[in-house]
Design a protein around this ligand. Structure first.
Ligand code: SF4
Ligand code: SF4
Length: 233
């Protein structure tokens, strides 16, 4: 199924009737509340105020997709090209194709990105993601420089805080912690994915080095404590 509305898409995912969801994912649309009017996603007026963190319906949709094994196929990862242009982007700062693709691929539930292109050159820029370095994919500092959007206190799974001195993959641990929230018990797939990590939250020595590298002021030590309590190690 294809949708731009996170509330409608969530109903479809929870129904068990679909296995794949095509959905618009990018760091600007992710701020917008659900609407039947798709024009609202790129209506400049909606971005005029100061916006903070992602819409909770969208977060819930992505997390539910991951929990239930419904793969998200991403459309609009460049916002029709606007996000690559500082003058057109609602964020007020231009992102690179690598950053847009990496943001979409690091949302829970996302399996694949369909990157649109107006030319062969644009297509090549998207394909270059396959060989891009971690630095080229890193979107954290660019997000932190957005003049009108704040992600303060919200983990966007960017891994800018790496490396952890105990080799914990902080972004994945935090993502799995979020996937347990508002659940009566830990979903089996989340428990398995957490178990498969090489290092776990219980190994955190609370040195705080990672927090000095997080551009969004995330309470990483607190999250590691919570994850160790929830998963037991
Ligand atoms: S804790 Fe901060 S730096 Fe680390 S993954 Fe989350 S947002 Fe990125
Ligand atoms: S505080 Fe914990 S998670 Fe952060 S670098 Fe130190 S050991 Fe790793």
């Amino acid at each position: 199924m294809s949708s731009h509305n996170p509330q409608v898409a969530l109903k479809a995912v929870e129904s068990g009737a679909i296995e794949v969801l095509m959905f618009s994912v990018n760091p600007c649309y992710d701020l917008m509340p659900a609407s039947e009017d798709v024009e609202q996603l790129w209506n400049e007026e909606n971005y005029e105020g100061h916006l903070t963190n992602m819409d909770s319906d969208r977060q819930r949709l992505y997390e539910t997709c991951q929990r239930l094994g419904v793969g998200i196929t991403v459309m609009k990862c460049f916002g029709g090209g606007d996000l690559l242009n500082a003058e057109l982007s609602p964020a007020g700062v231009a992102l690179t194709p690598n950053q847009c693709i990496h943001y979409a691929l690091s949302r829970p539930g996302v399996a694949v990105v369909l990157a649109g292109a107006h030319s062969v050159e644009e297509l090549k820029q998207s394909i270059a993601y396959e060989d891009a370095s971690d630095e080229e994919k890193d979107y954290a500092l660019t997000f932190a420089s957005f003049p009108k959007i704040s992600w303060q206190g919200h983990c966007v799974y960017c891994s800018h805080c790496a490396p952890c001195v105990k080799k914990i993959d902080i972004a994945y641990v935090t993502k799995f912690l979020h996937l347990t929230e508002a659940q009566a018990s830990i979903p089996e797939t989340v428990r398995e994915h957490y178990a498969a990590l090489n290092h776990h939250a219980g190994e955190c020595i609370k040195c705080g080095v990672c927090e000095t590298r997080c551009p969004f002021g995330v309470a990483i030590r607190e999250n590691m404590t919570k994850a160790a309590q929830v998963f037991g190690y």
